[in-house]
Write a protein that binds this ligand. Structure first.
Ligand code: CS2
Length: 516
C-alpha cells in the first residue's frame, strides 16, 4: 500500500475545507460512545454497516451508537485510520446513462476507535465486556467461523480453536473473542447483548450462536447457559459489492478531496440489508440508511446467497481460467450474460422460497446490471478466494434442491466444474496463480488424485467421469453429494466441455443447452 503523496491528511480538522459535494458526518462525533464493537474491520464493513450506521446518526440516532472497529489480523487499517481520527471516504461508483463513470463521495464519521486484536487482545475482550457495548457485529468472511462448511459444526481441530481453548487471555479466533469477552461481561455483572453476523452464510446468526455455545460450553457450562438465555443472534442478509481498494483509488480520492486519505473504500451504490429485529440491548434505527427489519431473514438470505453470490462465484472461476480479470470485463464476453441469466432463471430461481412482492425477473436483470458496472473493476481473483468455504451455500444447496426435485443441473454443474478446473492452479494460457483457500493443501491433493484417476481411466468420457467422481469425493465441501451419480455425471459433462472447448468456447456454444 502506498501512502499517496505529500500534503494535508483527512481528519477532523480537514472536514470544513472539503469540496461542498462531499457528504460529511454533520453530527457531534466527540459525543459518540461505542455502542457497537465490530470484529473484522475490512472494506465491506466500512462500506456497509458503517455507512448505514452513519446515516442513522445523521438522522438523529443519538450518541450511543459509535463503532469500535477491531482488526483481527493486521494493523494496517488502524495505522491508516487512527491518524485520520477514524475518518475515511466512501466512494460510490457506477456509470451514467451514457456509460461514463461517476462517483459520489461521503466521509464516514461513526468509527470512533480502532483496535488490533493480536496487539491488544485484552482490550478487545474488555470492549466486549464494556458497559457502553450493546451490539457486537462481525464481518470476518466464511473462514472466520472456524466451522466445517458441509456440516456447520465448530471445527475443534482448527488450530485457532485449539489455541483459544488453552489461552483465554489472548484468543485468535472470533469464536474465542466472543466467548471470553462475554465471560468477562457476565463476571462484571453486565447485561447480555446482541451478537450480529453480517457474513454471507445461511442462517448466519443461528450458525454463530451454535458455534459460540459449543465453545463456551467447553469453557464453563454456566457461561453457555447465560449466552443462550440472554444474548440475541439475529440473522441477516447483506448485499453490496465492495472491491478491494487500489493505489489508483487512493490517488483518485485524494485528487477529488484535496486531502490524502490512506484508506478510502469503493463500492457500488446498491445496498441491501435485511436483518431480524431481535436485539437484546437496543439498536439504532438503521432504516435511515436503507436497512429493513424483518421477523425472518431466511428467504432473503437464500435469495441473495444463491442468486448474487452463486452467480458471482460461477463467473469468477470461469473468468480466472479464461484470463478475464474483472467482473465487468467478463460480462462483456459473448455468452457470459446469457449463461448467468439462464443459470438463474432455469436452475436457481425455481429453488427459491416465495418472497411476496419480489419481482424475480427484475431482480435478475438488476443483478446483471450490477455485475456489468464498469466503474468498479472488481477482480475475479478476489471473488475466487476461499471456494471451499463458499460453494456449499452458494451453489451446492441449489444443486441438492434441484436433484431432490429430479430437475436438471447443467448450468450449476458448469459453475462447480469451473471451480474444480480453477483448482489446477494455472489458467488456460498457462499462467500460474496461487489458490487462496484455507483448504488449499487438501484441494491440491484431491486434484492430483483426480488427474491420476482420469489417466488410469483412459480417454474421453470415461476419464472425465473418473476425474469428476474423484473431485466430488471431497467430503468437507460436497458432503454426500459426491455419491450422487447424477451430480458426478453432470460435472463430468461440464468439465469435458471446458477441457475441449475452453471457457470462451463453452459459453459461446450456448452452454448449457436449452431444456428439452
Ligand atoms: C463476493 C461477495 O467476494 C465474494 O465472494 O461474491 O463479496 C459479494 O461481492 C458480496 O457478497 C455482494 O453483496
Amino acid at each position: 500500500m502506498e501512502l499517496v503523496g505529500e500534503g494535508k491528511r483527512l481528519g477532523a480538522a480537514a472536514l470544513p475545507g472539503l469540496p461542498a459535494h462531499v457528504a460529511r458526518p454533520g453530527y457531534d462525533r466527540s459525543a459518540l460512545r461505542c455502542g457497537i464493537v465490530h470484529l473484522g474491520l475490512g472494506a465491506f464493513a466500512r462500506a456497509h454497516l458503517a455507512a448505514v450506521n452513519d446515516a442513522a446518526l445523521r438522522a438523529g440516532a443519538g450518541p450511543d451508537w459509535g463503532i469500535c472497529g477491531v482488526s483481527l489480523r493486521q494493523a494496517d487499517t488502524r495505522d491508516a485510520l487512527a491518524p485520520q481520527d477514524g475518518l475515511y471516504t466512501l466512494a460510490l461508483r457506477d456509470a451514467d446513462g451514457g456509460g461514463a463513470p461517476r462517483q459520489r463521495l461521503a466521509v464516514i464519521g461513526c468509527l470512533r476507535e480502532t483496535l488490533v486484536a493480536p496487539e491488544q487482545p485484552v482490550a478487545v475482550l474488555e470492549r466486549i465486556a464494556a458497559a457502553d457495548t450493546r451490539i457486537v457485529s462481525l464481518t470476518v468472511t466464511e473462514k472466520g467461523y472456524c466451522h466445517d462448511p458441509a456440516s456447520g459444526r465448530l471445527d475443534l481441530a482448527h488450530p485457532d480453536i485449539a489455541h483459544d481453548l488453552a489461552h483465554p487471555e489472548s484468543p485468535r479466533s472470533v469464536i474465542g473473542f466472543l466467548a471470553y469477552g462475554l465471560q468477562r461481561r457476565r463476571a462484571a455483572g453486565r447485561a447480555p447483548l446482541t451478537v450480529m453476523s453480517l457474513d454471507n452464510l445461511p442462517a448466519n446468526g443461528r450458525l454463530l450462536r451454535a458455534l459460540v455455545l459449543t465453545f463456551a460450553a467447553r469453557v464453563d457450562a454456566g457461561l453457555a447457559e447465560w449466552i443462550a438465555s440472554g444474548c440475541a443472534f439475529p440473522c441477516s442478509m447483506v448485499d453490496r459489492i465492495v472491491p478491494r481498494t487500489t493505489d489508483a483509488d487512493r490517488r483518485d480520492t485524494a485528487a477529488t478531496l484535496g486531502v490524502r486519505d490512506a484508506w478510502p473504500v469503493m463500492a457500488e451504490p446498491y445496498l441491501e440489508w435485511v436483518v431480524e429485529d431481535d436485539f437484546a440491548a437496543g439498536r439504532p434505527d438503521w432504516t435511515a440508511g436503507g436497512a429493513r427489519f424483518v421477523a425472518d431473514a431466511a428467504p432473503f438470505e437464500t435469495l441473495k446467497l444463491r442468486m448474487v453470490n452463486g452467480a458471482h462465484s460461477a463467473l469468477a472461476y470461469l473468468s480466472v481460467m479464461a484470463g478475464w480479470a474483472t467482473v465487468d470485463e467478463a460480462m462483456a464476453q459473448p455468452g457470459m450474460r446469457r449463461f448467468l441469466s439462464e443459470l438463474m432463471r432455469q436452475e436457481i430461481e425455481p429453488t427459491l422460497p416465495p418472497l411476496p412482492g419480489l419481482d424475480l425477473a427484475q431482480y435478475r436483470h438488476g443483478l446483471l446490471q450490477r455485475f456489468a458496472n464498469p466503474a468498479l473493476r472488481h477482480q475475479a481473483r478476489q471473488i475466487a478466494m476461499d471456494g471451499s468455504q463458499k460453494l456449499p451455500q452458494r451453489l451446492l444447496g441449489t444443486v441438492r434442491d434441484r436433484l431432490a426435485a429430479q430437475a436438471p443441473i447443467p448450468g450449476l454443474a458448469l459453475a462447480v466444474a469451473g471451480w474444480l478446473y480453477f483448482l489446477r492452479g494455472s489458467d488456460q494460457a498457462g499462467r500460474a496463480y496461487e489458490i487462496q483457500d484455507p483448504m488449499a493443501e487438501a484441494l491440491a491433493r484431491q486434484h492430483a488424485q483426480a488427474e491420476m484417476a482420469a489417466r488410469q481411466a483412459g480417454e474421453g468420457p470415461a476419464a472425465m467421469l473418473a476425474w469428476a467422481g474423484a473431485m466430488a469425493g471431497l467430503e468437507p465441501v460436497f458432503g454426500d453429494l459426491g455419491q450422487d451419480p447424477r451430480f458426478v455425471q453432470a460435472l463430468a459433462q461440464a468439465a469435458q466441455s471446458l477441457r475441449s472447448l475452453g471457457v470462451a468456447g463453452t459459453l459461446s456454444a450456448g452452454y448449457p443447452p436449452p431444456p428439452g
